[in-house]
Design a protein around this ligand. Structure first.
Ligand code: PRP
Length: 211
């Protein structure tokens, strides 16, 4: 049995064509079903539906043999013990700093200043601002980061930006591009040894589908 951990939403949708290239079709829609273990057309392949931030954990502890997860999640939550053979070039976006459109960011980050930053990417933010030499107080949030500057709780946010529509709708502007993000295949190292042939077959199919 090969078990693949995926999160619902963009990663799931953009993974389906890759699975198809490997001859795997998921037989249930996670948006409609409440099942957490989905069957596929291959009796020996199943898909687990997990929270995006839990994908590396399931793979690390062997709950899943492989998974697909964003570079943001791997950087923020660690990638210990995970083999990362492929950048799948899916769910592409970027991590950026954004502020209210009516504030002067350049002035905010002047030497010696202190910035309050709301984010779910605490580790990435800490490192980014440390490299810039800007002191930051970080406020950890789990979603809707865009609200924090609007209600006076933070000077800036660090969040994923894709189309930029969420920022625009909330009168925020992107002021720094921290890094580009895409999703990676992660594989449990023991599984790679014990189930080498089927895992390699899936990895090779993904790789050829990438072109
Ligand atoms: C992400 C991110 C932004 C939004 C950006 O949230 O946190 O809110 O997408 O996309 P846009 O630039 O195309 O508007 P997501 O929908 O992934 O949900 P989340 O809040 O759970 O992270």
């Amino acid at each position: 049995m090969i078990t693949i951990a995926l999160s619902k939403g963009r990663i799931f949708e953009e993974t389906l064509p890759l699975l198809k290239a490997a001859g795997i079709e998921v037989l249930e829609d996670p948006e409609k079903s409440r099942k957490l273990i989905l069957t596929t057309n291959q009796p020996d392949v199943r898909v687990l539906v997990v929270r995006a931030t839990d994908v590396p954990t399931y793979v690390q502890y062997g709950g899943a043999d492989m998974g697909i997860t964003g570079k943001d999640t791997l950087l923020e939550h660690g990638s210990q013990g995970l083999y990362q053979p492929l950048d799948l070039q899916i769910a592409k976006c970027r991590i950026s700093v954004a502020v209210r459109s009516d504030v002067d960011y350049a002035n905010m980050v002047k030497k010696g200043s202190r910035l309050t930053v709301a984010t779910k990417y605490v580790a990435i933010s800490r490192e980014f601002f440390a490299t810039k030499g800007v002191h930051v107080d970080l406020i950890k949030l789990y979603g809707s980061m865009e609200l924090a500057p609007l209600v006076g709780m933070a000077d800036a946010i660090v969040d994923l930006v894709s189309t930029g529509n969420t920022l625009k709708a909330n009168h925020l502007v992107e002021v720094e591009h921290i890094m580009d993000i895409s999703s990676r295949l992660v594989v449990n190292q023991a599984a790679l040894k014990l189930k080498q042939a089927p895992i390699r077959r899936i990895m090779d199919a993904f790789e050829s589908a990438l072109g």
